[in-house]
Write a protein that binds this ligand. Structure first.
Ligand SMILES: [Zn+2]
Length: 130
């Protein structure tokens, strides 16, 4: 029930953030779409999209929470979907995932960095290593 999808490509804080998003997607999908195991196609697609956005986030490891981010990299449709997922699952995270939930709340209080550093994205670093 509380299985959390782990990203193969994301590192560090972005990886944790993806875990948080995927846990929220699971809570949402189970409650709203009646999925018992894993995610429905729609939620899976959204989660894949989230992974790509995290991978390409120019802030990289300095990324603020999406809520506070000045960049707004989501397309309107996905943004609206994600907003609903967060709104529904945010308050329901504490019980099944206390550590992820508290981390996210603390992260939200941190100041947003001025400007992303050059080439800080997970994607860039990922390609460099190879
Ligand atoms: Zn779903």
């Amino acid at each position: 029930m509380n299985e959390v999808i782990v990203s193969d490509i994301l590192q560090g804080k972005l990886r944790t953030e993806f875990k948080t998003v995927s846990a929220m997607a699971a809570i949402y999908c189970h409650a709203q779409h009646g999925t018992r195991q894993g995610l429905c196609q729609e939620c899976k697609t959204l989660l894949d999209y989230a992974e790509t956005r995290l991978d390409r986030c120019p802030y990289g490891q300095e990324k603020p929470t999406c809520n506070q981010c000045p960049i707004h990299c989501y397309k309107p449709e996905q943004k609206e979907q994600m907003r609903q997922v967060m709104r529904f699952s945010g308050p329901r995270m504490l019980l099944p995932h206390p550590i992820l939930a508290i981390r996210h709340l603390l992260h939200e209080k941190k100041p947003v960095p001025d400007k992303p550093k050059l080439n800080a994205s997970n994607r860039h670093l990922r390609k460099k290593v190879k």
